[in-house]
Design a protein around this ligand. Structure first.
Ligand code: GLU
Length: 595
């Protein structure tokens, strides 16, 4: 029997046709926590969760479900994810007991130079909005190639069949909610510059009204075309031609809506760049933490090394025996040190020997010795000197990055395979250009490069270059205990991803919280700045204690991250966990619920 069910969620309210295995199981897909057996999924969006759950129920594995859910997110979370962007896919294979990764990061054009974001007219770097809303910011998208690679290597279904549920959602439409409307409203001026974007997301010249249905038939056709013809049509065929035309000749409206004060510059991405694109398969980063093994994403993401380095520093102290304030003091100090090192040393081409050093226990000792339990370090702290012995000496600090977009999903199947996947188009709304007739936004990932050198006289590892992939902070993480999955998690949030993943880990592992508690707890993100950006609840609860140690706080931020996670319990049990409130709350589900 088939039936239609309405699922409430953060970004959407949607009717989906599902094959039920029990009505109560369905209602669980709307909530942030689900406990049970037989497979689990957690995303930011009930539609995507329902699509992935359906694949699991029909016998698909975690990889199949992750791809189908990600494709659905391309429809319902189009400002954070989609085939115009890229991401990182981490996979635990239950049969081989191995963790593998796919680097589907966007790459710069072959013609990209170090001064790509310097205005030739005056020799100054472009303002961020000018660089973002341009063709200059667009890298070759890696998301579709990631799905194809994952489906071929580890999936059990053809990629085409995994795109069809998302195409159906795009055709039928979904109901606009407050988060979606707000994301459009915040981008209204940028979206209003392009015919293709405003036709889709500014119906009647304004953000769509909450409660209306938004359809994207162009994206449905795009997914179906790819399903029929394969990914070649995207990388070498008619879609590639349309992407390149959009980058080289941005589809600026004759009568733009809203005020945009910057020129809209073309980029130089070419068909040869798309045709040459390949995903990479880097070895995951690996570090031990209190008897657990933590696997993460290696370069071009800094996520794996940064999470690993901070955990190694924290491991020097038994946080469970410390007061909460002392544990949090060490947490923020460890991330300040880690960000200094990341900014100095980590980029797409960092030698493996340097990555290995940064994530080593010896290096953690050389960094942890700078932490004074009684007094906060002065920020920014300098990066460590990799050639030094003993406690690392001082030099100059580095800049602080912001960001709040992207999406993350976590999936496990009945066989014990696990997928942790973070995907993005960079800023919420990418570069603001919908490819005309294709229904998806392009990324602005190349603005993740540093526009100018940031490291004084030392080399900057994240300057633009030909075919180079910009440094990321995405941190899809899988933690094993005795060789078996214990926890998988990830989050959006630009550079705050690293601190969010870390904080959920220490909340769960050291501070005695359950996984849902660890996810809900208020967050802070010390990325080596004078003041700690934190959520108001964190500031209110822990501010006085941390200020007494000399920490200062930046202005509160509305929220940090929108994590998803799954914990693996005994006898095949799974706790799927999403945000209870951030970004409107996420959606977790299991195949066979246990109440
Ligand atoms: N572009 C960012 C990164 O790769 C992710 C975007 C975000 O989450 O804000 O780190």
């Amino acid at each position: 029997m088939r039936f239609t069910l309405a699922l409430a969620t953060t970004a959407t309210l949607v009717s989906l046709t599902l094959v039920p295995t029990g009505a109560t199981a369905q209602t669980r897909t709307a909530g942030p926590t689900a406990t049970g057996f037989g497979g689990a999924i957690s995303t930011v969006d009930a539609t995507a969760t329902a699509v992935g759950l359906d694949v699991l129920r029909r016998g698909g594995n975690a990889v199949d479900a992750a791809i189908a859910a990600a494709a659905a997110l391309g429809v319902t979370e189009p400002f954070s994810a989609g085939i115009g962007g890229g991401g990182f896919f981490v996979y635990y294979d239950a049969k081989d007991k191995t963790v593998s990764t796919i680097d589907g990061r966007e790459s710069g054009p072959a013609t990209m130079t170090e001064d790509a974001f310097i205005d030739p007219a005056d020799g100054l770097q472009y303002d961020f909005p000018e660089a973002r809303v341009s063709g200059l910011s667009v890298g070759t998208p890696g998301t579709l190639a990631t799905w194809e690679a994952a489906a071929r290597k580890w999936g059990t279904r053809p990629l085409g069949s995994l795109l069809r549920p998302a195409a159906d959602v795009a055709d039928r439409g979904f109901t606009v909610d407050a988060t979606f409307r707000q994301q459009v409203a915040e981008n209204a001026a940028a979206f209003g510059q392009f015919d293709s974007t405003r036709e889709l997301y500014l119906p009647g010249g304004a953000p769509p009204t909450v409660g209306t249905t938004l359809r994207n038939p162009d994206l449905a056709d795009t997914y179906r075309l790819i399903a029929k013809r394969g990914t070649g049509v995207f990388y070498r065929g008619s879609i590639a031609a349309d992407i390149v035309r959009t980058v080289q000749h941005p589809p600026v409206a004759d009568d733009p809506t809203g005020t945009w004060t910057y020129p809209i510059r073309p980029g130089d991405l070419r068909r040869s760049d798309l045709a040459a694109y390949e995903v990479r398969y880097p070895e995951p980063t690996k570090s031990d933490y209190r008897g657990l093994t933590v696997y993460g994403m290696s370069t071009p993401s800094s996520g794996g090394t940064a999470v690993g380095e901070a955990l190694n520093i924290l491991e020097k102290t038994d946080l469970s025996k410390e007061t909460t304030i002392q544990a949090l003091h060490r947490y923020v100090e460890s991330t300040a040190l880690t960000f200094a090192d990341r900014n100095r040393y980590v980029g797409a081409y960092t030698p493996q020997s340097v990555l290995d050093k940064l994530i080593s226990d010896d290096w953690a000792s050389q960094r942890a010795c700078r932490i004074d339990p009684a007094k906060a370090m002065t920020k920014p702290v300098p990066p460590g000197d990799l050639t030094a012995t003993g406690c690392t000496p001082a030099s100059v600090g580095g800049p602080v990055e912001q960001g709040q977009s992207t999406t993350n999903l976590t999936v496990a199947d009945r066989w014990g395979n696990v997928v942790e996947y973070t995907l993005t188009i960079e800023q919420t709304g990418g570069n603001a250009m919908v490819v005309p007739g294709r229904g998806f936004l392009l990324n602005n990932e190349l603005t993740d490069f540093n526009f100018v050198p940031t490291q004084g006289t030392a080399p900057d590892p994240n300057l633009p270059g030909p075919n180079k992939r910009p440094r990321s902070s995405m941190s899809p993480t899988i933690v094993l205990k005795d060789g078996k999955p214990f926890l998988a998690l990830g989050s959006p949030g630009g550079a705050t991803i690293i601190t969010t993943v870390l904080q959920v880990l220490i909340n769960r592992i050291d501070l005695g919280m359950t996984l849902p508690e660890a996810m809900a707890a208020p967050r802070a993100s010390q990325r080596n700045s004078a003041g700690i950006p934190s959520e108001a609840a964190f500031h209110a609860r822990y501010g006085p204690g941390l200020e007494a140690l000399g920490h200062t706080f930046a202005a509160d931020v509305t929220e940090l991250g929108a994590a998803t996670a799954i914990e693996f319990t005994r006898h095949g049990g799974m706790i799927a966990s999403a945000e209870p409130a951030r970004r409107g709350g996420g959606s977790a589900a299991v195949v066979r619920p246990r109440y």
